[in-house]
Design a protein around this ligand. Sequence first.
Ligand code: ADP
Ligand code: ASP
Ligand code: MG
Length: 418
Amino acid sequence: MKFGGTSMAGTERIRRVANIVRRQQEAGHEVAVVVSAMAGETDRLVGFAREANPLYDPAEYDVVVASGEQVTSGLLAMTLQAMGCKARSWLGWQLPIRTDNAHAKARIETIDSQAVLASMASGEIAVIPGFQGMGHDGRVTTLGRGGSDTSAVAVAAAVKADRCDIYTDVDGVYTTDPRIVAKARKLKHVTYEEMLELASVGSKVLQTRSVSLAMKEGVRVQVLSSFIDDDAPLADEIPGTMIVSDEELAKEMENLEMESQLITGIAADKNEAKVTLTRIADRPGAVAAIFGPLAQANINVDMIIQNIAKDKGETDVTFTVPAADLDRTMALLEERKDAIGFYRLISDSKVSKISVVGVGMRSHAGIAATMFRTLAERGINIQAISTSEIKVSVLIDADETELAVRVLHTAYGLDSQG
Ligand code: ADP
Ligand code: ASP
Ligand code: MG
């Protein structure tokens, strides 16, 4: 069981969480619980780190930001004890949860599950802080923002759990962010692949890495709400959204005699920025000269478009990078102006990437055409396009984000009837 920041925000919320945990144990389960810091706490700690030293040492940043989860794990263990349950906390270094040494974005390598398994078998509830681990040198590491989801999936895989229930502040995965589109519809099932695409293009309900880990390890994941009454159905009745394999989904569809939807979900991401280089020579090596230095600087390029050459054998190249890397990108390209040979360098961070995702795309034509037509009817201009087997993304003006998501949601027949 994993509980996110809003679920852990304060004593009263933690008491609700403890209740949910106790009910699961009473239903006959052995449970391990992974917790996030209280909502807003990690942001607050990051703020302190920045104030102390804008060029902070990532290893010390981890010491600071990992503390939020230490607090909530202790508090939940205490609250469970107050209810008469046996419980104890296991910090990342105590298990240990071993990671690489990439501070602030560490990857989990192994989890020693013996102690937790023994604790659970003895009827104790194991409470584990999410987000944190221990590097090769024994120092504290953290997994990147939103990383408690990944901790939970990793622990579930390590103890070979029947299920990994991710409790949050919405009651499942929706066709799009229900806080933005009122007509969003809750999904009973989403495939790993779809969830992976949705998470990576901006649906922050699960951290992307947690989904790829669940897919690789075959962990059964359910997303559900912790904001429930005492008599609400147990998680075993699957009130939330299950992340399932393609085969499982096909079986479910057959059982329910449902037709699969062409589009499963829509996501928006305002954290990218657009860069354009004009009048690049249209010759071999020109594009390599642009993207080589960016790769070396660890800057992830997402969408790329290169026009066909105009009259003088020149072309424009447009691409997107994470908004946080825009300044570095511009500086790097400006430095190499002569080597690359562009005329103008233009950037725009007021853009938004809208993506539609669905495995139905594999077998149906016209998904992208519907997207382009729907946006055109609303006068929304498309600045860049990228596609994968199960996704189409377009870049538009950031001011048009909500409108675009809403009209596409309607166009693909996703609106709820209620
Ligand atoms: P937690 O603190 O529990 O980890 P998060 O804030 O990380 O919670 O994730 C839950 C939030 O994800 C929801 O409040 C919702 O606004 C957002 N969200 C974005 N896209 C979706 C979606 N497709 N379905 C459900 N929630 C979504
Ligand atoms: N507390 C961490 C964060 O805010 C990890 C998490 O909640 O998943 O990013
Ligand atoms: Mg989260």
